[in-house]
Design a protein around this ligand. Sequence first.
Ligand code: GLN
Length: 304
Amino acid sequence: MDYQAVINRIISEANSFLGKGKIADYIPALAEVSSDRLGIAVNLVDGRTFKTGDADIPFSIQSISKVFTLSMVVGAIGEDLWNSVGREPSGNPFNSLVQLEHEKGIPRNPFINAGAIVVTDRLISLYPRPKEAILDFVRSIAGNADIYYDTRVAISERENADRNMALAYFMKSFGNIHNDVEMLIDVYCHQCALSMSCSDLSRAFLLYANRGVNPQNDVRILTESQTKRLGAVMSTCGFYDESGDFAYRVGLPGKSGVGGGIAAYMPGKLAISVWSPELNNFGNSLAGIEILERFTTDIQRSIF
Ligand code: GLN
């Protein structure tokens, strides 16, 4: 399979799917990003790499960080996490509050904001220096010691975090948050402000394609079973209320962020990341999904 030819062809057709979405504008730092940014990186578990376009420009990974914090917590406490977070698709927007009262402060899954906030709360209880721990983890799986928090994005996120604060306080009222909410949302805003390129994200997602072993140093981080379970949650919940359509069109486990990034993988084979900042109505990269659909169609493989 000539992956370079496949991604070159897809990017050359990009004009047909750019200009149709809307850049995230809830904070100025995201609204300023140029809408025609477009990158693709593919990393194979055998070590080969392919990239095109803006694949090496760092961007705000936003909710893709939820996979990394979940991996850290599942790796540390295993199944116990599922007493406080569910693993069902929510069918609701990523920042929705509506199901939380009915479900007694237990969020539907770890990839909507409420669920990710619970995961970060557990992470804070596990690590005395949680921001440093997240950065160390991401740097180690991406094999890039230069990955950083974009503090301008983090501060701006923190200034516009009323809804995430509300989610955290509401869950705390049910006893499902154990740490100080101000501190918790500060850590959560930082993880969203991690700055990584498509190449970084693809290398990091090789961890999942490689069944839980960090391909950078051959150290096992997740068990086979934990990796399978994380993949199951990515494929059912990774794209909020568009998760079903993503499985239908693309057929890979993955995760999106409102910075316009998507990282996905094929178990045992490869990881792929795309970046295009314009979002669809579900907060997922419009061109990113189009590119991934074309990719799995062209290579004639998916998890199904
Ligand atoms: N920082 C965003 C938030 O918490 C992340 C959302 C996302 O990427 N979907 O609202």
